[in-house]
Design a binder for this molecule. Structure first.
Ligand SMILES: Nc1nc2c(c(=O)[nH]1)N[C@H]1C(S)=C(S)[C@@H](COP(=O)(O)OP(=O)(O)OC[C@H]3O[C@@H](n4cnc5c(=O)[nH]c(N)nc54)[C@H](O)[C@@H]3O)O[C@H]1N2
Ligand SMILES: Nc1nc2c(c(=O)[nH]1)N[C@H]1C(S)=C(S)[C@@H](COP(=O)(O)OP(=O)(O)OC[C@H]3O[C@@H](n4cnc5c(=O)[nH]c(N)nc54)[C@H](O)[C@@H]3O)O[C@H]1N2
Ligand SMILES: [Mo]
Length: 749
């Protein structure tokens, strides 16, 4: 065989690969030679590019084609499709855009189009959709992410910015200085395989092993033992899901009660501690938030809580908060409380200590990164000001003209007539999918760019088939990753699939806006332009990047890693007057007057325990708490139809992990097909029995394609979002709450 490094290189959100082909088909993806811990996910591409689920031509839903916009929306997902030519598709879309914008205004186009799409700086599907629609006068957008909306909204109030999510103290600093890493939601290395926009070398797994070798100890606070890799020898504490806020308040009470707090730090760098302390002691509400109080709620023994608090105060402690902790009811509280605990310990801004958000969420968090500002595809200006918090989509579709509260203000929902999605899959990512499906029937037209017949494409009126990264040239320029890589086209596009850029360009031509959209550049000149702009910006940050033609020859370049390990908030710690935070007080806000002024019962002015909508503390005896976490064998719903994901199916269904005691109560055995259900929906899963899960909890990864049964809506593939509740975290963040969900399970006869 040829030398692997001679094979073409490409990049995905889960890493880079050298791609082997035979007769125009992808046969193997070999890990990039620089990657010490490659992800297996790439193998999911073998066999799918020209497989039965590939969309090979533009398609229109039959009733829509016959009856025009607005016809039989309730048949979306069940109707047949008719193939049309690209010319017809372009005309159809152009005419429909003209009709909708003229009759209802641009605000009636919803193109939030949330989702991960694919790596590559140029072929970024959302970027193109938004640029295109901005030329046309704009669209209703969405704000924040499914990943951690509540965190993105609370952190600016507490620390003065959401950028702290990615500004984490580096792994090197942890390796050199940390004694104890307390990981709420664990540090799942399978999650940290992912880095937005692509990455050159995986760091999290190796960094954790180096930390262990350097003597760092780990505590895994999670319903799943596997959330911290076995070799780290972590202590496993499994509280009831969605009760970490109570646990952290209990820890705070112990620190306060036992004199383990850093008063000097609290005085100099924070505001509101005394008010919060009055809540801890019960002075304000008559309930002392002792370890015993916390124990009743979270289910861990009070002595365990006291021990953990003392241990945290003994040495240098890093409090790590998984993004998952925000994806639950009142998810704002966890990021706030983790920060408050770190402030009470007085370790914020010290090497290896303090608080970090998402060390196990993505590879990017904790990287020692050079930080030039890379150029993105300019999106232009959106003249429409209407928006929704990303997870309020069903509310929007159900309540045209209705209102929602968000971060201190009240806004109105637009009257959505047209939805356009490119590069995301709401029929994977949104909660309560059966409810979404009913609301999705309302708009007059749904346009989708995608490459495979997943649940989203099935629910569209006009389907525009796009290419995958393996079928186009691009460049990887990921903010915070030290690698810059060329991505090479390795096979021809399947059927009539086109790059998103060419799809929009064709439609723009019919609308007379082609030049405004394309700037008359072809793909190669756009890539060159993006790179040259990025290179100039790097030069300004004293980072040298090779000329484009050199990079094209060598394939990749690694930027030098900074010498000094990064420590979050070290400047603030060194001089809080010179480097104040961008909070109203310039300090860490343990109490936020601003949040208090909003008067939200579900997010008061200081961190507070509030019962979640659904949790084991208010469950019937036969209910279980569902954790629908990230899949190890794919990125969300991408490549669910690929060989890697399919190989893990149990009797053709998504695996559901349950504790042997819960299984025994229900007569379920390993490998059985089970029905997981609640009032919102039901899906089929294959049971896996394991004592690595807390009793009372069932775990089903996200990502299985939603395939509802025509009559019963039962999802046979096992998408857990038919079960999760669609409710905002609070009026503050309005984030998704997928992880606060109760279900029942039964063996299928
Ligand atoms: N229950 C539950 N639900 C969750 C979560 C959870 O923990 N529990 N997690 C949430 C989180 S954190 C997230 S980020 C979301 C993720 O949700 P999404 O990001 O929406 O999920 P993906 O499956 O990655 O969707 C990407 C889509 O883009 C398509 N695509 C890929 N490349 C291209 C391209 O080049 N062009 C075009 N046009 N399309 C392309 C893919 O085929 C796929 O349909 O899910 C959320 N949903
Ligand atoms: N392989 C793979 N990696 C991914 C993704 C993927 O689809 N596939 N998605 C990426 C994306 S978009 C994101 S946003 C990140 C998300 O990263 P995370 O938010 O960290 O991901 P999750 O897997 O949802 O949750 C991590 C763990 O938190 C635990 N957990 C859930 N609820 C609770 C709770 O109430 N208390 C405690 N203590 N623990 C709890 C669960 O056991 C779960 O395994 O992952 C990224 N990484
Ligand atoms: Mo995410």
């Amino acid at each position: 065989m040829t030398d692997i490094t001679d094979l073409p290189l490409t990049s995905f959100h889960w890493g880079c690969y050298r791609v082997e082909t035979q007769d125009g088909e992808v046969t193997a993806l070999h890990p990039f030679e620089e990657d010490p811990d490659p992800s297996p996910i790439g193998q999911g591409y073998v066999g799918v590019l020209n497989g039965p689920d590939r969309i090979t031509a533009p398609m229109v839903r039959k009733s829509w084609l016959d009856g025009g916009p607005g016809t039989a929306g309730d048949l979306r997902g069940r109707d047949g499709f008719v193939e049309i030519s690209w010319e017809e598709a372009e005309q159809l879309v152009a005419a429909e855009l003209t009709r909708v914008t003229k009759t209802h205004g641009n605000e009636s186009i919803f193109a939030g189009s949330y989702g991960w799409a694919s790596a590559g700086r140029f072929h970024h599907a959302q970027g193109h959709l938004k640029r295109f629609l901005n030329v046309l006068g704009g669209f209703t957008k969405s704000v924040n992410t499914y990943s951690l909306a509540a965190g993105e909204v609370i952190l600016p109030h507490v620390l003065g910015g959401a950028e702290f999510i990615y500004d984490a103290t580096s792994w090197q600093s942890i390796i050199e200085n940390c004694d104890l890493m307390v990981a709420f939601g664990g540090l799942p290395v399978k999650n940290a395989m992912i880095g937005q926009g692509g990455l050159g070398a995986h760091r999290t797994g190796p960094a954790l092993l180096e930390a262990k070798a350097a003597g760092v100890e780990f505590v895994n606070v999670s319903p799943l033992r596997s959330d911290v890799m076995e070799t780290l020898g972590a202590d496993w504490l499994a509280p009831r899901p969605s009760t970490d806020a109570a646990l952290m308040i209990g820890l705070a009470h112990v620190l306060l009660g036992e004199g383990l707090i850093d008063r000097a730090f609290l005085d100099r760098y924070t505001v509101g501690f005394d008010h919060f302390a009055a809540y801890l002691t019960g002075e304000t509400d008559g309930i002392p938030k002792t370890a015993d109080w916390a124990s009743d709620i979270c289910g861990l023994p009070a002595e365990t809580i006291r021990d953990l608090a003392r241990r945290m105060a003994q040495g240098r402690t890093m409090i790590s908060l998984a993004w998952a902790l925000t994806r639950q009811d009142h998810g704002e509280q966890n990021f706030w409380l983790g920060t408050v605990l770190a402030a009470m310990l007085g370790q914020i801004g010290l090497p290896g200590g303090g608080v970090g958000f998402g060390y196990g969420a993505v590879n990017t968090v904790g990287l020692e990164r050079p930080s030039p500002r890379f150029q993105a595809l300019p999106q232009g200006r959106n003249k429409v000001k209407t928006f929704i918090p990303v997870a309020r989509i069903t509310d929007m579709l159900e309540n045209p003209g209705g209102y929602f509260d968000y971060n201190g203000k009240r806004y109105n929902f637009p009257d959505t007539r047209l939805i356009w999605w490119a590069g995301g899959n709401p029929f994977h990512h949104h909660q309560d999918l059966n409810r979404l499906r009913r609301a999705w029937a309302r708009p007059e037209t749904v346009i989708v760019n995608d490459w495979c017949w997943n649940s989203l494409a099935q629910h569209a009126d006009i389907v525009l088939p796009c290419t995958t990264p393996l079928e186009r040239n691009d460049i990887t320029l990921s903010p915070r990753d030290p690698y810059v890589l060329m991505m090479e086209k390795v096979v021809d596009p399947a059927g009539q699939a086109r790059d998103d850029y060419d799809i929009f360009r064709g439609i723009a031509r019919h609308l007379g806006i082609e030049s405004a959209y394309s700037q008359d550049r072809d793909t190669d000149s756009w890539i060159r332009w993006l790179y040259e702009k990025s290179r100039q910006s790097a030069t300004r940050a004293d980072i040298e990047l090779p000329p484009f033609d050199t990079l094209r020859q060598t394939g990749w370049h690694k930027m030098p890693v900074p010498q000094a390990p990064h420590v979050m908030l070290s400047k603030f710690r060194a001089d809080p007057e010179l480097h104040p935070l961008r909070t109203p007080s310039g300090k860490i806000e343990i109490v936020s007057e601003k949040i208090a002024s909003f008067g939200y019962a579900d997010c008061p002015g200081h961190p507070t325990w509030m019962d979640p909508l659904e949790w084991l503390g208010a469950a019937q005896s036969d209910q279980l708490h569902l954790i629908s976490n990230q899949p190890k064998n794919k990125l969300h719903s991408q490549l669910d139809h690929g060989p890697l994901s399919q190989a893990d199916r149990v009797a053709h269904h998504e695996p559901a992990m349950i504790h042997p005691s819960d299984a025994a109560d229900r007569g379920i055995q390993d490998g059985d097909v089970i029905r997981v259900f609640n009032d919102r929906g039901a899906c089929l899963c294959g049971a896996i029995l394991s004592d690595a899960i807390r009793p009372g909890v069932v775990q089903v990864s996200t990502g299985a394609w939603y395939r509802p049964d025509e009559e019963t809506n039962l999802c046979r593939n096992g998408n857990p979002n038919v079960l999760c509740a669609d409710k905002g975290t609070s009026k503050l963040g309005q984030g998704p709450t997928a992880h606060s969900c109760l279900v029942r399970i039964e063996r299928l006869e």
